[in-house]
Design a protein around this ligand. Structure first.
Ligand code: PLP
Length: 506
């Protein structure tokens, strides 16, 4: 089959299966199903070479990651075979069929497979909703990928030593499930850190060790809300939070964000009845604004009046450049209605999967039970090593080093952007964290197209429009600077800025 004919066939299938965008499976799955169906029915025959992922992505107007995700899945399942140096081919032997029949081998076109053969396995409605739009998982680790961090600064040997110490002494209790909210010495260390650096009002008992923000949010949503309740989220909003809240069956109510953080309208303040409010007050994700004191007070008063919960996601405030980190919202709360969440994903590494949730005292029993019964937490060895890492001062040293490194990268990137793009853009949210948000001053800039073009040139930038619920209100790009060493920023920034300039109106 000609490469172009294959692309045309897939394009037709993708367009036909597009259906209702709200519930259709995500593009990578649709491509997977189309390709698999075409192989099974013999429309693409055994031994045929597929076009490169780059060509397929271009022909189908998809991101390369979407194509790679589908191809990798089919290769892992045995429908396709990757041959080193020569490309990807339709396998001679298919997983469901055994050796291919002559028809499928291409000697004779096979009759169309029955609908049952090709029909995708049904996900639940929740499953379709969750996978309907491809989110952050769609991105490769490339320069400017938001959320990616620098490992070069991480003291690997020290970390290995601390873990080895616990494995050598082999305290069997540390091999058990984590009960009662996690390893107590770690909870003590975190409580000390939070009350000192983040003005959180906390005792060690209130700190529950979770596997990160995602789990903290899932737990809070499951225990404090019911299916169909309203949840206020910032608009634009962090993908991960939206996913967790949607999975809990909450109706998301997007609340606009301005320079003072979440900005409910007069009608929202008067008529809103959320059960839970998700906010990132120290560094709004993705725009980067800090919530003003006035807005914090208003939100706390509203929550007290409505008897609703606030989930404070404080994901990266360790990296505030110049000045102390902002105090937490939880520290201002007089009614024990804020759940404060933090993570080690940014200050250590994302795969550590350790975070914490500070819970009001009267909810502790319920949250301990929920944590244990829903997730069977563990990793006590890791928690013990992390305790030493904190109490021996290594975490503070690491944060200080990373802050200097990230600030230099941010400065370099911001300088290059300003020099190249001048008043065509604004930079928002660069006072802290690991990313900045580039806002286009001209109306109607297609940030998705810029992100695709950047991807084709080996850079990962995220279109701001994707973070909005409903119609995007602004277009821009989220740029992570933590992953690119300072000396590599200039060439990458130049490449990106030139690309952007080519897409902006004069
Ligand atoms: C807004 C926000 N919250 C939390 C996290 C971290 O989540 P987790 O602790 O689940 O890794 C991130 C990671 O990028 C984030 O952007």
């Amino acid at each position: 089959m000609r490469p172009l004919a294959l692309s045309e066939l897939l394009l037709t299938e993708l367009q036909r299966d597009g259906g209702d965008a709200a519930v259709a499976p995500p593009l990578n799955r649709r491509l997977y199903l189309s390709l698999r169906g075409a192989v099974l029915s013999g429309r693409i025959t055994a031994g045929v070479q597929l076009p490169s992922t780059r060509d397929l992505a271009r022909d189908l107007s998809l991101s390369r990651n979407t194509v790679m995700s589908a191809i990798n899945q089919l290769t892992a399942e045995g429908y396709l075979t990757a041959r080193q140096g020569s490309g990807t081919f339709v396998s001679e032997t298919l997983p469901e069929l055994g050796p291919l029949s002559p028809a499928v081998r291409g000697r004779k076109p096979a009759p169309a497979a029955s609908a049952a053969d090709e029909s995708p396995r049904e996900l639940s409605r929740r499953g379709n909703l969750l996978t309907a739009q491809s989110g952050s998982a769609d991105f490769e680790v490339q320069p400017f990928a938001p959320g990616e961090i620098e490992f070069a600064e991480f003291p690997i040997q020290l970390w290995q030593k601390l873990q080895a110490k616990y494995w050598r002494s082999l305290d069997r209790d540390l091999l058990d499930y984590g009960q009662e909210g996690g390893y107590m010495p770690l909870r003590v260390a975190i409580a000390g850190y939070l009350s000192l650096s983040r003005s959180v009002r906390v005792t060690p008992e209130q700190v529950l060790i979770t596997s990160g923000t995602q789990q903290s949010l899932d737990l809070a949503a499951r225990l404090l809300t019911d299916h169909g309740d309203d949840a206020w989220v910032e608009n634009p909003c962090y993908w991960g939070a939206r996913r967790a809240l949607q999975a809990a069956g909450l109706k998301l109510k997007p609340i606009a964000v301005d320079a003072e953080g979440m900005a409910p309208s007069p009608a929202d303040w008067q008529q809103g009845r959320p059960r839970l409010i998700y906010v990132t007050p120290s560094h709004q994700y993705p725009l980067g604004h800090v919530m003003s004191l006035q807005r914090r007070r208003a939100l706390l008063q509203f929550a007290a009046r409505q008897r609703c919960w606030i989930f404070e996601d404080d994901y990266d405030s360790e990296f505030r450049f110049g000045g102390r980190p902002y105090a937490s919202l939880q520290g201002l709360d007089e009614h024990a209605q804020v759940l404060y969440s933090g993570t080690f994903s940014k200050v250590m590494y994302p795969g550590i999967r350790l975070g914490y949730l500070v819970v009001p005292t009267d909810l502790l029993g319920a949250f301990n039970t929920g944590l244990y019964d829903l997730y069977r937490p563990g990793q006590l060895m890791l928690q013990a090593a992390l305790t030493d890492f904190i109490t021996e001062g290594h975490l503070n040293t690491l944060i200080r080093r990373l802050r200097v490194a990230y600030q230099a990268r941010r400065d370099e990137l911001a300088r290059r952007i300003q020099r190249c793009l001048g008043d065509r853009v604004q930079i928002s949210g660069q006072e802290s964290g690991l990313h900045l948000c580039l806002l286009f001053n001209a109306a109607g800039v297609d940030d998705e197209a810029i992100a695709r073009a950047a991807d084709a040139q080996g850079m990962t930038v995220r279109p701001l429009s994707r973070y909005f619920l409903g119609a995007p209100r602004q277009s821009g790009l989220i740029l992570g600077y933590a992953y690119v060493p300072t000396e590599r920023v200039p060439p990458w920034a130049q490449k990106l800025c030139q690309l952007i300039r080519g897409q902006l109106p004069d």
